[in-house]
Write a protein that binds this ligand. Structure first.
Ligand code: NHR
Ligand code: GAR
Length: 197
């Protein structure tokens, strides 16, 4: 069985969309894959509650208790290790995960480390994407699923979706419009990745 390990920091709605799609489409039978664990860097992440309700093992790894990013990432890799089997490497999925990962970590999981970023990359890498798109006068915004590399929000693009920016949009309103697309394209991109890998 190929293990999918999902990393979150907050609401976990993308994680929930992936879990629900995996159930509905029976990814175990179709791809031999399952969501094996959900890891959060924040104990308060609402997504942990959903994951536990689904019977998925959860872990919290509080980055504030580590002296360096390297130490945090090493502990994160240790948590993933039991799911990372010889011949069956784990797929690691960032879903609203808010800690920048070190080159050591991204190198270890290169090619099987995915992220969803709420902008049309290469525009608006980094944070506060919706506010920046509105302030730039963009008429469209959107979301990108990409492979994670050492360089933030710059890995190969796997999927994108576009939404309009409407007159009067606030960052919150635009974020909600983008999020509905995230919930559609992230499960699709992961399913395609599973099919091809
Ligand atoms: N790590 C690498 N190496 N490469 C990427 O492409 C990554 C990554 C880690 C996370 C998600 C990303 C996004 O989609 C992601 C992509 C957090 C920050 C950030 O500045 C930036 C981008 C992303 C996630 N984080 C602050 C930090 O100091 C903390 C911010 C906070 O806690 O609110 O790590 O946008
Ligand atoms: C999503 O919009 C995701 O694209 C974004 O945070 C939200 C998380 O929602 N990710 C980033 O901004 C990464 N820096 P969720 O926790 O409900 O999936």
């Amino acid at each position: 069985m190929k293990n999918i390990v999902i990393l979150i920091s907050g609401g976990g709605s993308n994680m929930a969309a992936i879990v629900k799609t995996a159930q509905r489409e029976d990814w175990a039978a179709r791809y031999g894959a399952r969501v094996a664990a959900v890891i959060s860097n924040k104990a308060s992440a609402a997504g942990l509650v959903f994951a536990r309700e689904q019977g998925i093992p959860t872990h919290t790894l509080d980055h504030k208790t580590f002296a360096s990013r390297e130490a945090f990432d090493a502990a994160l890799a240790q948590l993933i290790a039991p799911f990372d089997l010889p011949g069956q490497p784990a797929l690691v999925v960032l879903a609203g995960f808010m800690r920048i990962l070190t080159p050591g970590f991204t190198g270890q999981f290169q090619g099987r480390l995915l992220n969803i970023h709420p902008s049309l990359l290469p525009a608006f890498a980094g944070l506060h994407t919706h506010q920046r798109a509105i302030e730039a006068g963009c008429q469209v915004a959107g979301v990108t699923v990409h492979q994670v590399t050492a360089e933030l929000d710059h890995g190969p693009i796997l999927a994108q979706a576009v939404v309009p920016v409407l007159v009067g949009d606030t960052a919150e309103v635009l974020a909600a419009r983008v999020l509905t697309q995230e919930h559609l394209i992230y499960p699709r991109a992961i399913a395609r990745w599973l099919q091809n890998n």
